[in-house]
Ligand binder design. Structure first.
Ligand code: APR
Ligand code: PHB
Length: 390
């Protein structure tokens, strides 16, 4: 069997790449380790930058997003009970973000792929990539107990942080950068109308808290917890009690205790692998970089990578030019590092760091006051939050 591009991973990065390439007449095969049901059951973040929305439109999968997604033109920051609304639209010349779950983005892309008859192999085991230093790479995998090999022109590793794509690059060819934060987020999803119309990111002496949402009837909340926290040790009641303590007064009283649909702990990490290409292998999305969720950049960065990679591949097949592919890593990383900076800044400003000193705490407060009182500082946060252009 032969394909033009083999994509490993059917998360948002792999699916969006497959969709954009498919619409340009390029033949792809997606290999996914998990089942379709498992991929569609993962609860992830839910804030889309305008550039991500535009790319989903280009991919022809934005119809439900426009119908059901919530357009937000503001976001709130809180510090020890003091509140600051960032008017995203006014600060950026009209931009905002769309609240629409990553799970829904994944579902829309998967359905579009299936409707177009483009192949995906789920439960593909022991995926192995070979000959990436040549122009004739191949990918082997096991499905239903049978080993298969597919030859191709290019391999796109969209297989997340724990995937095999990055690990297939020879030792020494990649440089990695990492920061692991000494805390995680405990998230709870529940069917209750959001407490506020917009997202609220709060720094409180007890730790960070976030009020987010998926729809007018579904809320997503988070609290900062120690790394070793287990979700099963937190009853819904304990979660809501803790969340209430960390919210500004008016909001806490409006928080309703409804049963959780899902509860889980996510660690916070910053990670970048450079370069994002080795020979015929391209890394995209979480396979190449991780941001802590505080800036809502994970999915949006994956979309940026896919924008650059799909245009490079389309240029290769249509015009016979490798200029876009040769610049892929440099262009993607330029955007990645800016999002890393913003996510690190949001994380540093809004969390309580164990063992920190009084000076560091005053610095956090000064950052908040600066954004609250200097318009250019607020505009800087807003521009990054709605997303830098591709
Ligand atoms: N073989 C095949 N598939 C694999 C392998 C493997 N060895 N390893 C991982 N996968 C699959 C995973 O099961 C998953 O479905 O690759 C997919 C990777 O998807 P994501 O983790 O969702 O990563 P990505 O598509 O880059 O999405 C970007 O945005 O909000 C953030 O981190 C969040 O996932 C999110 C990301
Ligand atoms: C979410 O809704 O899950 C969410 C929103 C904003 C973030 C992170 C997560 O920054």
């Amino acid at each position: 069997m032969r394909r033009q591009v083999v994509i490993i991973g059917s998360g948002p990065a792999g699916l969006l790449l497959g969709q954009l390439l498919g619409r340009a007449g390029i033949d792809t095969l997606i290999l996914e380790r998990s089942t379709r049901e498992h991929v569609l059951s993962r609860i992830r973040a839910g804030v889309l930058e305008r550039g991500t929305v535009a790319l989903l439109e280009k991919a022809g999968v934005a119809e439900r997003l426009h119908r059901e997604g919530l357009v937000h033109s503001g976001v709130e920051l809180a510090f020890d009970g003091d509140r600051l609304r960032l008017d995203l639209a006014a600060l950026t010349g009209g931009a905002g973000v769309s609240v629409y779950g990553q799970t829904e983005v994944t579902r829309d892309l998967m359905e579009a792929r299936e409707a177009a008859g483009r192949p995906t192999v789920f439960e593909a085991g022991d995926v192995e990539i070979r000959d990436i230093e040549t122009a004739c790479p191949s990918v082997s995998f096991t499905v239903h107990g049978e080993r298969r090999t597919v030859a191709c022109d290019f391999v796109a590793a969209c297989d997340g942080f724990h995937g095999i794509g990055r690990r297939s690059v020879p030792e020494g060819a990649l440089r990695t950068f990492e920061r692991v934060y000494p805390f995680g987020w405990l998230g709870l999803l529940t069917d209750a109308p959001p407490v506020t119309d917009e997202l609220v990111y709060a720094n409180h002496p007890r730790g960070f808290a976030l009020l987010s949402m998926r729809s007018p009837t579904r809320s997503r909340y988070y609290v900062q917890v120690p790394l070793e926290t287990r979700a099963e040790d937190w009853s819904d009641e304990r979660f809501f009690d803790e969340l209430r303590l960390r919210l500004p007064a008016g909001m806490a009283s409006r928080l309703r205790t409804t049963p959780s649909i899902e509860k889980s702990v996510a660690p916070l990490r910053s990670f970048v692998a450079e370069p994002m290409r080795f020979g015929s292998l391209f890394l995209a999305g979480d396979a190449a970089h991780i941001v802590p969720p505080t800036g809502a950049k994970g999915l949006n960065l994956a979309a940026g990578d896919v924008h650059y990679l799909s245009s490079g591949l389309i240029e290769h097949y249509r015009e016979g030019s490798d200029a876009g592919l040769d610049r892929y890593s440099e262009r993607a990383l330029g955007r990645v590092w800016k999002a890393e900076r913003f996510s690190w800044w949001m994380t540093s400003m809004l969390h309580r760091f164990p063992g920190t000193d009084a000076f560091a705490e005053r610095m956090q407060r000064a950052e908040f006051d600066h954004v609250a009182s200097v318009r250019s500082a607020a505009a800087n946060v807003a521009e990054n939050y709605v997303g830098l252009p591709f």
